[in-house]
Design a binder for this molecule. Sequence first.
Ligand SMILES: [Zn+2]
Length: 263
Amino acid sequence: MKVEMLSVLEDNFIFILIDEIKREAAVVDPAVATPVISFLNKNNLTLTKIFNTHHHFDHVGGNKELKQLFPNIEIYGSIQDRNRIPFQTHFLEHKDKINFGGECAEVFFVPGHTLGHICYFFSLKNGENHLFIGDTIFGGGCGKLFEGSLEQMFNSLLFLRNTLPGNTLIWTAHEYTLENYLILEKLEPDNLLIKEKIQKVISTLKNGLNTVPFLLSEEKAVSSFLRWDDITLQKITNTNNSFDTFCSVRKFRDNPPKIVKPF
Ligand SMILES: [Zn+2]
């Protein structure tokens, strides 16, 4: 199974999973249909599945048009998003398994950004691990709490951090990494790993590349959103337990200081 990504709208990513033997494709969170259709045509692929992480329009906006073009398509989403994901055919629960391209993915329920948010974890036969996380984790961030509580988001992040292998590639749905880390630098001005990360991200973006996907191990080492048990971060936020530290980081991010983008 191969993964390709398309940049659409302002800063969204659509991911296309490819079964090169059968010339079939699955798409994760098609915000829009047209670029997906062009990609399929250009690469001589048939779309068989849509994997939606949650019901927001910039994740399901292309469902209708793709369903019209491929009437037998299977459309997966959370059981909690019944009636919220257009043309949904499969209603998933925590730890359900789904298949594509001769590989298997486990579905995890990660509420917080929305109440029905799920993610898809592919552990490939070749040892690669791929997590399609939607709007739950961003580079240097986590999703805004539109529906869920701080407790729910904390538990979702805790579960992912403690469960998944460090070599997991995180395919997040937006290019927010630079802005997020510039804000985290204001929270942790003495954190050298954050400064290094910012330099790396700037050089990636200046070369016209994306910061997605990124490694879970790196994100765990640098992002304040996954380091709630770090003593230094607890001192900065004047907290003494992981949950309070996470809440403090989330609140800081909700009312961010002014940052200057380097380009
Ligand atoms: Zn969203």
